[in-house]
Design a protein around this ligand. Sequence first.
Ligand code: HEM
Length: 406
Amino acid sequence: MCHKQSAMSGAFSFQPFDEATRRNPFPVYAQARRECPVYEHPGLPVVSIFRHGDILEILRDPSTWSNVFPPPPGFVRPDHLPPSMIMVDPPEHTRLRSLVNQAFTPRRVRALEARIEHIAEGLAQELITRGRCDFVEAFAKPLPVIVIAEMIGVPAEDRDQFGEWSDALVENLGGGILGPPPPEVIFRELAAVEAMREYFAEKAEQCRREPKDDLLSALVAAELEGSRLTFDEMLQMLVLLLVAGNETTRNLLTNAIYTLIGHPDALARLRAEEDLIPSAVEEILRFATPVQCDVRRLVRETVVAGVRLEPEKVALLWLGSANRDESVFTDPEVFDIARADNRHVSFGFGPHYCLGANLARLETQVALRVLLRRTRAWRLAESEPLPLHPSLIFRSFTRLPLEVEG
Ligand code: HEM
């Protein structure tokens, strides 16, 4: 329901699960920003928020808008699993985040560039040799898995298993908000968490005996000090890093290739002007926002865009809409790889601003550089529509069939 419109005649309706809306939400977003910036989902304690300014206000205020949620219906959190940092508020959040911040500073991430390039070169060569492939399986999925697994200190032979766990954990991300998730999905999520827990328990034991120069050893050191990190918090941190880093970057890489196919002039310009790659990546993040929606829980009464909201509302913050807000971006519907002052919110904002933003940017810049240098052309190998990602939170495809000319 829309407050402005309840006084008027027409009814604005927003169905985020509707397939047509998910494929092209932008006209609905634009209408919402104009006419209904705060939409109350009928029969649910859920509101959707669409404007850039409102979303920034919410994300910068964790004392009003919390990251702590009751578990979705049917989901029983195992007692021994504490919430990870993305599910807690300051000051607890500050304590947990400070333990991993160091590994993701711009300087530490830049040091990974040569290694990321080497991995991307290997995957690109494989694409060229095959000529025809699913880009998601062949490139977008393995690149971030290999990079984060190496940072953590996970051996190469275990990486495929990670991809599978990551898939199971994000399959229904956000799905509990507008209705209960199917029991089999919950079962797969819990099974993946337990398997990862067992896996890391053993790996951490090895690090205690023989510390290395990786993230796992750094966390084990904090855990050994006792007061800084408990064993289960450490495990949850590792689960979070794997999940938050893999699926998101996979979707960004997929969206990058797909968006450039849809904008051949931009692709040709990027081939000619490699210096534009960093701003092109920012524009892909804005225009084809991989994490389409962020979520918060209201803990005290507040007002957003003139609408009074009661505590316990869950807010869906449509980052993909904020990124097309005409009050912030000139010609927001235009894909401009040289766009200046690109204040997109694709990595969130405030205390929970994406920890891996520097890494995701670097991986995508390097991937584009390698793919542009090593190929003469890429095009879709099947006609559209492509299969959409099942989660409400993500906006991408699960498959991107490509023909690649080396
Ligand atoms: C294109 C790639 C990525 C996108 C679009 C993305 C997006 C986001 C967004 C929107 C948030 C904010 C969540 C909130 O407000 O509650 C977030 C948080 C987070 N991201 Fe990313 N992310 C990406 C890549 C990565 C990578 C590569 C890593 C790590 C290896 C990572 C780790 C995290 C973590 C740990 C958080 C939680 C931070 C906190 O709670 O303080 N992300 N990400």
